[in-house]
Design a protein around this ligand. Structure first.
Ligand SMILES: [Ca+2]
Length: 459
């Protein structure tokens, strides 16, 4: 009875939300005010007008646990961002939407350790008011409910072999991944381990590049070589705009996947299926189909990630907003799946925002590209993707600057299925990934490398 009673008491204590008034924190470059009514306690903190202005909260915790962070704030000067830093470690950027009065923004989840913790709220965009923060022990998550069917009816045994293997790993391990064969080889030479997953770019198969530079890409050969070593292949496509490249010194033709480098209007092209520009979209998709068919013929299952980072708007396929991007996704999906009958593709979507999501029936895996230094677990993005796919879709960190630390991934329950570090100036740069840290990650039991996944395609 006694043990049970104490356990119930402990459970009760842990489920209590802890509240910390901003005005009781340690202020640096910030001040307490009370003009905006409706605040809690004796006031709120304002004056985030210079980089480094902050509030420091000293938080004592009984037992190490994951907490949901709430920030009670007023965004009366418009949409802002703040930076949340735990124990002088990795930082999280938190969105503070515009509000006319007090509201609560989610600060994501943080793993607080038993004893004293230091939480800092640092200016970032500045110009917001902070009333208090809350820390609530995170609730346990029900098991993932990953759908067993791929979205493309044409999907064959090759695609299912990979998909079923991925499902079997999800939540248990993370696949190491690297962009470009050159850098995968560099990891092997430097760390003594080879990434399980290789990502290649179909960029140089874009017809507007082939027109100018000829057939120079080796992406398909690289992918087949990795496949033949028992590896997993991911494919993205920096789709050079079909036409309308400015080709100036600031925006040369080879940067033609950027919005800034072309006047190609994807919304207009899609709205006019009889137009020359619509025909050029099909021409380009068909050119890519030829390459994907070579992979299909070689027995390669492809984690296919076209139209990546659409929501950023910096690539032309995202420049005209979510409706055009989703329509283009639908066109690529139908053309490659139904028209060309490709059976080896697993469709990887790469934007987080809900209004950009093509829908559960057009996406197999949801993913995000995250460029933040410090080997953080990208918990906020993981939680957003869980919600986006209603926890029925596998989740991948399709591009990262810094590889995530495996012990933290497990502590946070951030079940990214793979991480893939971008190439030159990220994987080989101490600011993003030191060799020492890469060795720790690549030698972790939680991280799968090429030697550890042998046989997945044949077993
Ligand atoms: Ca307050």
């Amino acid at each position: 009875m006694c043990a049970l009673a104490s356990r119930i008491a402990g459970t009760f204590a842990q489920s209590t939300t802890l509240k910390f008034e901003a005005e009781n924190g340690v202020l640096s470059g910030t001040t307490v005010d009370s003009v905006q009514s409706g605040y809690s306690g004796s006031g709120y903190v304002t004056g985030f007008d210079t980089a480094g202005d902050k509030i420091t909260f000293n938080v004592a915790i009984d037992a190490t646990a994951l907490y949901d962070i709430g920030i009670h704030y007023a965004g009366i000067y418009g949409e802002k961002k703040t930076t949340l830093v735990l124990n002088s470690g990795s930082s999280n950027e938190i969105s503070l939407p515009a509000t006319s009065t007090w509201a609560t923004a989610s600060g994501g989840q943080l793993l607080l350790t038993a004893g004293d913790n230091v939480l800092e709220i640092i200016s970032n965009w500045g110009w917001y008011l902070v009333d208090y923060i809350t820390l609530t022990p995170a609730e346990g998550r029900p098991p993932h409910q990953i759908t067993t069917e791929l979205v493309n009816d044409e999907s064959g045994p090759t695609a299912y072999k990979l998909y079923n293997y991925l499902i079997s790993l999800y939540g248990k391990k993370i696949l190491s991944g690297q962009q470009d064969l050159k850098w995968a080889n560099w990891i092997n030479d430097t760390i003594g381990k080879t990434p399980a997953l290789l990502s290649v770019d179909l960029m140089d198969y874009s017809p507007s590049r082939v027109e100018r530079q000829g057939d120079i890409s080796t992406a398909v050969e690289d992918a087949i070589a990795h496949h033949e070593k028992g590896g997993i292949v991911s494919v993205l496509w920096h789709w050079n705009a079909p036409i309308g490249l400015y080709d100036t010194s600031e925006n040369p033709w080879w940067s033609g996947f950027y919005t800034r480098a072309t006047d190609f209007d994807v919304a207009e092209a899609l709205a006019n299926p009889s137009s020359a520009n619509y025909t050029l979209l099909l021409r380009d998709i068909d050119a890519i189909a030829i390459q994907l068919k070579r992979l299909e013929a070689a027995g390669v299952s492809v984690l296919f990630r076209p139209l990546h980072e659409a929501e950023g708007g910096w690539f032309w396929w995202g420049a005209e907003g979510p409706d055009a991007a989703k329509a283009l996704w639908g066109l690529v999906f139908d053309r490659l799946g139904e028209y060309h009958g490709l059976s080896n593709l697993i469709w990887v979507w790469n934007s987080i925002a809900e209004d950009w999501y093509p829908g559960d029936d057009l996406v197999d895996i949801v993913s995000a590209d995250v460029y933040a230094q410090g080997h953080g677990v990208m918990s906020t993005q993981y939680q957003q993707l869980l919600k986006l796919g209603n926890d029925t879709k596998l989740i991948a960190a399709a591009e990262v600057g810094s590889a995530p630390m495996p012990d933290m991934l497990q502590a946070y329950g951030a079940d990214w299925l793979w991480f893939c570090v971008w190439g030159d100036s990220y994987i080989n740069n101490d600011d993003w990934n030191s060799i020492e840290v890469l060795k720790e990650i690549y030698n972790s039991e939680y991280v799968l490398t090429l030697d550890e996944i042998q046989g997945w395609a044949t077993s």
